[in-house]
Every structure is written in structure tokens, then in C-alpha cells.
Design a protein around this ligand. Structure first.
Ligand SMILES: Cc1cc2nc3c(=O)[nH]c(=O)nc-3n(C[C@H](O)[C@H](O)[C@H](O)COP(=O)(O)OP(=O)(O)OC[C@H]3O[C@@H](n4cnc5c(N)ncnc54)[C@H](O)[C@@H]3O)c2cc1C
Length: 332
């Protein structure tokens, strides 16, 4: 279901010229021992759901909002919004950006609103401009805005994810929005980049949020995972990847300390916290210094990024792609 893209490509959205690309071919695969894959969210969830349904120790329940938890030394009582209680050995709060488990465990208030608005659409491949049907994850960087596109689902569609920094004040998730409104934040970019927006008929918007990194992910037999632990801007395309690495690491630690869950949770936390903190902070920095600068700041970006060789780009990415993210020395 995944598409193995050949390059990560950065375009200047004002001139429509390539700034740089990272070649994801043989040399990348040899160095990092894996290809670079992009996959549709629905396709990925489908794989997980199928595996859960096939497992005799997993019961999938929907419409079961977790409101909070109580615990003593031997177990956790999970409170559902319906009033129902579920008695369990432990609780993994993987309930996303607005996590109720985190609300109780960390109690650090609502997420930080970034002021950046993202619009998303998916278009059939035959509607994508022919000269832009690149087998690449392509990013066009412009003043206070950027556009991303790449092929998905066995080349059936192109994913379009475009973002502008418009100081949006309130968090929003998945609200349908007309194309004219989408266009407003991109009036200043090159015609070729603007044409991409014209290709899609249906758009939805998100006002992006993240949080300051925290070190508290564990409370006795309760532990956080994924966005509940470390919500980040999507600028490194790593939120779901980090959630999956968390899950694998947590399973390994529970396997290593099956009789001491609190020890297992702490071992997991200490292996994951620096790496995810780095991705949270670097995602913000990339937005500011790579995706959205203007004028001299943008010219400096182009000069610095053009000067690097492919080998130097691999070195830059080593901390992220050069490890499985499962041990303590994985934050670069
Ligand atoms: C615009 C955009 C683009 C992105 N692009 C990428 C990308 O290219 N690559 C990448 O790796 N990541 C990307 N991400 C990030 C990625 O979507 C998230 O990091 C990822 O979904 C986090 O997974 P999660 O399982 O922790 O949380 P979620 O996917 O948010 O899942 C949380 C689940 O918990 C459920 N839930 C919530 N509250 C409760 C409750 N109280 N009780 C019970 N259930 C509850 C929700 O219904 C949901 O099913 C992007 C995000 C956005 C917004």
C-alpha cells in the first residue's frame, strides 16, 4: 500500500526553482537500511485494525470515551464518560492531542495553538498537473506558507497538504472550507504552486497545535503514548512514526519486565523522551527557518541548503533515520 518515493524535494515557492533534494535511492537505502515510504492514513489504520481483530486477546470497542482513572498499587480503574468502570492491570493513554488521560496525569492545560492553518485534500493522480507527477515528497516553501504533495495508495491519488501562518487564534480540526478561502493565504506564491491548489475541489482545514515537551509520561500503572505524550507540528512528518516507535518500545519493555509494570513504563519513557522532544522542537524550528521565511532569511536558507552534498544530508538525517528509536542513544 505504501509508495516508495525517490526523493525529498524542496522548492522555492516564489521562483518555482528547486532549492535542494535528498536522493532516497540506493545510497539512502544502504545507509539507513530501509526505503522511505509514504502511506495513506486510512490504509495504515486498516492494517492495524485487521491485526487487532485477528488477535484473540484484543477487544476493539468504539464509543467508549475515557474520562479518567483511579489506581491503587495493584490495578487501575478506568472511568468512562458513560459512567461505566473498567478494571485493568494498567492503562496506556494513547488518546491523542486532547488526551483526557494526559489531562489528569500531566495537568498542563490545553495544547498550544500555533497560529498555522493547514488545508488538506486528496486528488486522483490523473488530475495532478502532468509535470508535477513526481515520485517525490515535494515541499514548496514560501513566505509564511508552504505546500506539500506526494503520491499515495499505489499511485492512485496525490496527497495535498498546504499550510499558511495566518495567526489563527482557535484550534480547529477537519472543518470543510471553500477553495477561495484556501487560496487567500497563497496569493503571493508562484503560479505553478498556486495551480496545485486549483486542482482540488474539496478542502478541509486544521489549525495546528502542539505542546511544550514534558518528562512526566508515567503515573504508577498509567502511561502516555503518541500525541498524548508528545504532540508535535507535522513539519517533520513524524507524529505517527513516533507513536508507532513508542508502541514497539513499550511492548519490548513490558516483555523485559513482565512482573514490574512501573519499571517497564519508566524504561520505555527514558528510551523515548529525548528523541520525541527533539522531534517536537525541531518541527517548530523547521517551520520557522525552512518552511516559512521571507527575504534575507529565505535567501540564507536557500544558500545554506544548496551548499550541502547528499552525503552531508544523510549525516544531517542520521539521528532520525539512522536508528530504530528503541534505545537510549537515539536522539542525536
Ligand atoms: C495536518 C496533519 C498532517 C500530519 N502529517 C503527518 C505525517 O505526514 N506523518 C506522520 O507521521 N504524522 C503526521 N501527522 C501526525 C499524526 O497524525 C499524529 O501524530 C498521530 O495520529 C498520533 O497518533 P496517536 O495514536 O497518538 O493519536 P491519534 O491519531 O489522535 O489517535 C487518538 C485516538 O484516541 C481516540 N480518543 C481521543 N480521546 C479519547 C478518549 N477520551 N477516550 C477514548 N478514546 C479517545 C481518538 O478518537 C483517536 O482514535 C499529521 C498531523 C496533522 C494534523
Amino acid at each position: 500500500m505504501a509508495v516508495y518515493v525517490d526523493a525529498l524535494r524542496l522548492m522555492d515557492a516564489l521562483t518555482a526553482e528547486e532549492i535542494m533534494h535528498v536522493d532516497l535511492g540506493e545510497a539512502f537505502r544502504k545507509r539507513f537500511k530501509n526505503p522511505y515510504a509514504v502511506v495513506h492514513r486510512g490504509d495504515l489504520y486498516g492494517v492495524f485494525l485487521k491485526a487487532c481483530r485477528a488477535h484473540d486477546r484484543i477487544e476493539v470497542r468504539v464509543s467508549s470515551e475515557v474520562a479518567g482513572y483511579d489506581q491503587d498499587g495493584s490495578g487501575v480503574s478506568v472511568r468512562l464518560a458513560s459512567g461505566e468502570r473498567i478494571a485493568s492491570t494498567a492503562l496506556i493513554g494513547a488518546d491523542g492531542l486532547w488526551s483526557n488521560v494526559r489531562k489528569q496525569l500531566v495537568a498542563d492545560g490545553p495544547p498550544r495553538v500555533s497560529g498555522h492553518t493547514t488545508y488538506r485534500s486528496v486528488i486522483p493522480t490523473d488530475r495532478m498537473a502532468e509535470d508535477l507527477r513526481w515520485n517525490a515528497a515535494t515541499l514548496w516553501a514560501g513566505p509564511k506558507c508552504h505546500l506539500v504533495h506526494y503520491p499515495l495508495s499505489g499511485w492512485k491519488v496525490f496527497n495535498l497538504v498546504i499550510t499558511c501562518h495566518n495567526d489563527a487564534p482557535e484550534p480547529v480540526a477537519g472543518k470543510p472550507v471553500p477553495r477561495d478561502e484556501v487560496m487567500r493565504g497563497f496569493a503571493h506564491v508562484h503560479e505553478k504552486a498556486r495551480q496545485i491548489i486549483d486542482l482540488a475541489t474539496e478542502w478541509k482545514l486544521w489549525v495546528l497545535c502542539d505542546r511544550e515537551p514534558v518528562e512526566k509520561w508515567v503515573d504508577g500503572r498509567v502511561v502516555l503514548l503518541g500525541d498524548a505524550a508528545h504532540p508535535m507540528l507535522q513539519y517533520m512528518a513524524q507524529g505517527a512514526c513516533m507513536a508507532m516507535e513508542d508502541a514497539v518500545c513499550l511492548s519490548h519493555m513490558v516483555e523485559a519486565f513482565p512482573d514490574d509494570l512501573e519499571k517497564a513504563f519508566e524504561a520505555y519513557r527514558s528510551r523515548r523522551v529525548f528523541r520525541t522532544t527533539r522531534v517536537q522542537l525541531q518541527s517548530r524550528a523547521i517551520g520557522e527557518h525552512v518552511y516559512h521565511p521571507a527575504g534575507a532569511h529565505a535567501h540564507l536558507r536557500n544558500a545554506v541548503m544548496r551548499a550541502k552534498s547528499q552525503e552531508e544530508w544523510f549525516d544531517t538525517l542520521q539521528w532520525l533515520y539512522g536508528s530504530t528509536g528503541l534505545n537510549e542513544k537515539n536522539f542525536g
